[in-house]
Design a protein around this ligand. Structure first.
Ligand code: AKG
Length: 283
């Protein structure tokens, strides 16, 4: 598989850990995104949400356009043949349910062309109180697969609280920096206790030329249906709804055997991922 990053050291870190932290902009680079939120927020959702779920399609489109315009070219410039296809705002209000449980992000393309790449970019300051991102570094190497939307039951469901609290170290990302991660890395974050909104930009990339796909979980038939979609699907689709047209693929959903923390540690050791405590750094 060709390298995702042009710089060999960044590529090595990305392959091994599944993430890098890159320093690309002034800390104020995301201020227009925060302003857009302040002026357009209608309080439609409480707690944690991503702008892709908003019913106001013009607000979704405005976040997509502004976030791509602000951050995409510097990030794409670091990569080999990747393009941004979705910009969204991640909101954690100071109220409501704001824990983001350990999860992997949905599959959006044929990954034989290369992994899904996500940039998570703090727009407001992120700290202990507002909730640093946490991740199970290296998990892209031992928990591969197609990730459906809405998600099917994972093999780490029974330990997801313990996983987030005890096994997933914080990664500190400042304004002006981006956490760039493989979409298969298990990530999440603790609740926002800061008393203020915690905002981050979310920008997804796929290899130029890779067929875009959406895997929809049909809970009635217990199947995951794969659809070939256009690049603009992700900015317009009502998440959770069945896409139009016929699926190109039907995958039966099999109840996964639940893994414990010891199993996950064993898998990590087998994948030759170093102990997490020794590895918190940036690219
Ligand atoms: O902002 C966060 O803490 C988590 C965001 C996230 O996990 C996601 O958008 O997939």
């Amino acid at each position: 598989m060709t390298a995702v990053f042009r710089d060999p050291a960044t590529e090595r870190a990305f392959r091994r850990r599944g993430f890098v932290v890159v320093d690309l902009w002034e800390p104020t680079a995301g201020d227009l995104v925060a302003q857009l939120f302040d002026t357009s927020d209608r309080g439609e959702r409480d707690g944690y949400f991503v702008s892709t779920v908003l019913s106001d399609t013009s607000a979704r489109a405005a976040y997509d356009e502004l976030i791509r315009r602000t951050f995409a070219s510097e990030l794409a410039g670091m990569m080999n043949g990747y393009e941004a296809f979705l910009g969204a705002l991640v909101v954690k209000r100071p109220t409501g349910a704001t824990t983001v449980w350990a999860h992997q992000d949905g599959t959006c393309h044929d990954e034989s062309f290369g992994p899904g790449v996500i940039a998570w970019i703090p727009v407001t300051e992120v700290d202990e109180l507002s909730g640093h991102m946490r991740a199970l570094w290296g998990s892209h190497r031992f928990l591969p697969g197609i990730l459906a939307t809405p998600p099917t039951k994972t093999c780490f469901e029974d330990v997801r609280d313990e996983l987030l609290d005890r096994e997933m170290p914080e990664v500190e990302v400042r304004r002006g920096q981006a956490l760039v991660f493989n979409s298969l890395v298990i990530h999440g974050s603790p609740p926002n206790r800061s008393g203020a909104n915690r905002l981050a930009a979310y920008l997804r990339f796929m290899p130029i030329g890779a067929p875009a796909r959406h895997y929809w979980y049909d809970q009635d038939s217990e199947e995951v249906l794969g659809f070939e979609v256009g690049r603009d699907f992700f900015t317009t689709h009502v998440w959770g709804q069945r896409p139009t047209g016929a699926p190109f693929e039907r995958l039966p959903v099999v109840e996964p055997r639940q893994l414990g923390i010891a199993d996950l540690r064993r898998l990590r050791r087998r994948a030759w991922v170093r102990p997490l405590s020794s590895d918190r750094g940036s690219a």
